[in-house]
Write a protein that binds this ligand. Sequence first.
Ligand SMILES: C[S@@+](CC[C@H](N)C(=O)[O-])C[C@H]1O[C@@H](n2cnc3c(N)ncnc32)[C@H](O)[C@@H]1O
Length: 267
Amino acid sequence: MADTSLSSFEDPARHRRASDIIRRYSTNRADVRDVLLAGLDVSFAKTVLDLGCGFGFMTEALARRAAPDATFIGVDACEANGPAYVRRIAATGRSARFACQHIASRLDWPDHSFDLVIASYAMYFFPDVLPEAARVLSPDGVFFAVTHTENSCRELLGAAGLPAADPRLLGNIRRFSADNGRALLTPWFAEIERVDYQNQLVFGPAEYDDFLTYLRFKLPLLLPETDPDGEIPRPLADAIRAALSHQRSISFEKKDAAFRCRGPRCR
Ligand SMILES: C[S@@+](CC[C@H](N)C(=O)[O-])C[C@H]1O[C@@H](n2cnc3c(N)ncnc32)[C@H](O)[C@@H]1O
């Protein structure tokens, strides 16, 4: 498996800025969390495991729908996410604790420990843990996974002047995307419902800096050698500025999909 840099996630403030930019430049004005969670009943969920929890962007919305006395365990490889995660969930009235762990293919919890298991924008980092996610879920529980379309990554690469078909740059998303998610989930869940969020990001010439900020956040996920604190390589920055000056805008697909799964099957 390719080595993915997690440097973009080591600073929750940077991650939040990228998240704010996505919301500001989205053509779909509906909140992605409202769309992907619409009609999903998790009011029964008292025990929740959140894999790759980050600062709790998606989970905050799930927490508001969970049982009032629900407890969340957020797991993330980046320690800095802990305080922000616990604060966000606590603000919903639910309790949370954080475990700094690098998820690979095993989970430490006994069978059927959780009513809800979440992997929001994270499953592509650790797809080998999927059988374990099913194992630790209670028989009536819900597994909720959010990911992007592969084409969204291709279009972002194209907008940034990078080779949009380069398999190395697409390696991350291909581990668990909107396109292959159902096939990867089918061995582990009896029931899989997919919900889509249709969207594009559009940046005008005056918004060049916000596009670069977003790109600086995304690049380490695509090119592990890139430093999110570093400058965008000069030729790339110049090409983007030139594109904006004659195209008047940069736009690319940013579609997400949620898989809402029930009926865990164990090995
Ligand atoms: C795109 S963020 C998503 C965060 C959050 N779930 C959300 O919905 O906003 C992915 C998160 O997964 C974490 N992560 C990536 N690989 C990991 C691994 N192998 N083990 C644990 N956490 C990981 C990153 O540190 C990051 O916080």
